[in-house]
Ligand binder design. Structure first.
Ligand code: WTA
Length: 635
């Protein structure tokens, strides 16, 4: 994959302008120079944003696994494709070469075909972060089956909803999974889910924990014996550019989960291109993204992006706190990781612990460090920059979404000067705009607005499985002709973007647009505060006022709450202005979070409004018990 030939910001702006003036030419060149196609496209892009119809590389024929694996064999057969680092540090790491990956994916693809899976069938994959998760996912792509990976932290009912929504014929799971000092009974969860999923015909089970499990006759089979008998000679399916590659459900913080559908060629081009450029990947680098493959970040930047570039990618089974809080840093040192990509929630959790955990390791191999998934607050950004990146590695704060397929707004390392809490500039090919409440495009800088994208890019999801109308309404109706991200953003004086959070998190106080993230930042900088969340609640005079939920650091000493409230408000006043002061503060011991670490503000808003009647679906919460505590604290 080619890299931008950009050395500084001026050159970036030049390249960017070219990509906007001639987007077709821009993507045509990237697609034709960097991949192997059975047949090239007749049209680069065809779209009608009003109907939410988007096609890239029409009529092209391709198989993404040929591009991820086969084409690297001649020159890089012995190169490590995947490093598997187990949960338990005393278990040996595995190095899977491109040749071995090719054999294992081919065998798995043959097993799937033998078991009756055909192009277009949906396969649900519910596995821990072990090599088989990557291998089965790729095997689906190889035969044109549509994978639907469900994060192995979801409950039986969440798994069942997702299986039924896309009518999966098969489920691939394991006897169990390790996470820190816990063993999770994945097969038991699948068994429970499958009591109500008539579409599922077969279950294949990977052995990982040797947990005693039930096997249902005629439905369940151990995978290994099937692999042992399978040939490693497999012909990849020839896929149409717009054939679906996978379905991935968004975390479902609102209503029924949405099965976002990504298609083959555009997703391939976009993930490969963004991986190479955002992480500045060089041929012998070791790349580690700590996400789970069950989320889009794992799909795009553990699997597809790295493998499309012939990279070495790390798959880590465990958690950052086991056996202790040095685990991430120890792994970076052990495997000499060059690019490290994680989430602000992990950074904040690790920053709360003793500095010694990270300072024990020189971390000299690191070149670029990244952040994704939520706004990174200033304190966390500096901690990451100072103690992990040693002020030497650019911090790439990457903004994107399940729906966008790949990174959209991010610094380019060694080109874009970074600025804490700013995702900075759009990648070439991406055309963000800020919209005001009257649905007009805001031209000026130093403004806040709803973040939209006004021209399609290859990685955009094409639809919601089984519900194109919902796709159209959710993403293309609020601002006709544009893709609406659901996020608010601030554009500073030089055009840098700072994501202020979901637009539904923007609170208008006395006519002022206030993003909750910057206020939370200010609060979190108070030495006694560990974390906070702000929501709006109705106010007679101001329209809305701000309600803050604040978690205090556990220092053992008691603090005068009245004083603390005053200090916190003073802090906000100092950093943002008196307008952003909180009307109410509630001290809590935790915040309701989804399994991907996002605060479920919908619930916090209801509690702040004093409406305890209907909290909606809380099944995806990691800590449902906290809702009761917060509610009781409010009463
Ligand atoms: C948020 C994850 C601020 C944002 C790839 C977006 C971010 C949602 C950032 C998508 C960032 C993601 N700064 N906010 N760098 N990255 N977000 O679908 O609100 O799990 O809309 O995709 O996360 O979350 P998703």
């Amino acid at each position: 994959m080619s890299r931008y030939k950009i050395n500084n910001l001026e050159e970036y702006f030049k390249e960017y302008k070219k990509s906007v003036r001639e987007p077709k030419k821009f993507w045509d060149k990237i697609a034709s120079e960097n991949f192997t196609w059975y047949q090239e496209w007749s049209k680069v892009v065809d779209f009608n944003m009003a109907d939410a119809e988007i096609k890239w590389f029409e009529d092209a024929k391709v198989n993404i696994t040929k591009n991820c694996i086969d084409r690297h064999l001649a020159k890089k057969g012995d190169k490590t494709a995947i490093i598997f680092e187990p949960n338990d540090p005393t278990e040996e790491a595995q190095h899977i070469s491109y040749t071995e990956l090719h054999q294992r994916v081919s065998k798995m693809a043959n097993v799937l075909r033998d078991q009756g899976i055909q192009k277009g069938d949906r396969v649900c994959i519910y596995l821990p972060m072990i090599p088989e998760l990557a291998i089965t996912t790729l095997a689906c792509a190889r035969i044109g089956a549509i994978h639907s990976v469900v994060f192995a932290g979801f409950s039986a009912s969440a798994v069942a909803t997702r299986i039924n929504d896309s009518e999966c014929k098969m489920v691939i799971t394991s006897d169990g999974g390790y996470r820190g000092n816990k063993t999770i009974d994945l097969k038991g969860i699948v068994d429970e889910a499958l009591t109500n999923t008539p579409c599922v015909e077969k279950v294949l089970v990977v052995k990982r924990t040797n947990t005693a499990i039930q096997m249902k006759d005629g439905r369940d089979q151990w995978l290994q014996p099937l692999l042992d008998q399978a040939s490693d000679n497999n012909t990849a399916e020839i896929m149409d550019a717009e054939d679906p590659l996978f379905i991935l459900y968004t975390s479902g913080s609102t209503g029924k989960p949405k099965g976002m559908v990504h298609t083959t060629a555009g997703y391939m081009v976009y993930t490969a291109y963004t991986f190479k450029n955002v992480f500045n990947y060089e041929d012998n680098d070791i790349f580690w993204c700590t996400a789970d493959i069950g989320w889009i970040t794992g799909h795009s930047y553990i699997l597809y992006g790295p493998l499309l570039n012939g990279a070495t990618t790390v798959i880590f089974e465990g958690v950052p706190s086991y056996p202790d809080f040095s685990r991430f840093w120890e792994i970076i040192e052990k495997h000499q990781v060059n690019q490290f990509y994680t989430a602000p929630t992990a950074i904040r959790a690790l920053a709360k612990e003793s500095l010694d955990y990270v300072q024990r390791f020189p971390l000299k191999s690191l070149k670029v460090i990244g952040s994704v998934g939520e706004p990174i607050n200033e304190e966390a950004w500096h901690w990451y920059n100072d103690h992990v990146g040693d002020k030497r590695c650019p911090v790439v704060d990457t903004w994107w979404q399940t729906e966008t397929g790949g990174i959209m707004i991010s610094p380019i390392p060694f080109v874009t000067p970074t600025k804490p809490t700013y995702a900075t500039l759009p990648l070439p090919g991406i055309q963000p705009v800020l919209m005001d409440e009257k649905r007009n495009e805001i031209e000026d800088n130093q403004v806040v607005g709803s973040l939209c994208i006004k021209f399609p890019w290859p990685g955009i999801a094409r639809t919601i499985w089984g519900d194109h109308q919902r796709y159209k309404e959710t993403y293309f109706s609020a601002f006709p002709g544009k893709y609406f991200t659901g996020d608010g953003a601030l554009r500073d004086e030089v055009g840098y973007y700072r994501i202020t959070g979901r637009v539904d998190d923007v609170v208008i106080v006395s006519g002022h647009n206030l993003g909750t993230a910057p206020i939370e930042d200010a609060i979190n900088e108070h030495p006694a505060v560990a974390e906070s969340a702000i929501v709006g609640f109705p106010h007679d005079v101001k329209g809305n006022a701000l309600y803050g939920y604040v978690i205090l650091k556990e220092t053992g000493e008691s603090r005068d709450r009245e004083n603390l409230m005053r200090e916190i408000n003073q802090q906000i006043s100092n950093q943002i202005g008196p307008i952003a002061k909180l009307d109410k503060i509630q001290f809590v011991s935790g915040l309701p979070k989804t399994r991907s670490g996002k605060i479920m503000r919908r619930i916090l808003r209801k509690i702040a409004e004093g409406d305890f009647s209907n909290f909606g679906d809380t099944s995806t919460l990691l800590n449902p018990e906290i809702v009761e505590e917060i509610k009781n604290g409010k009463l």
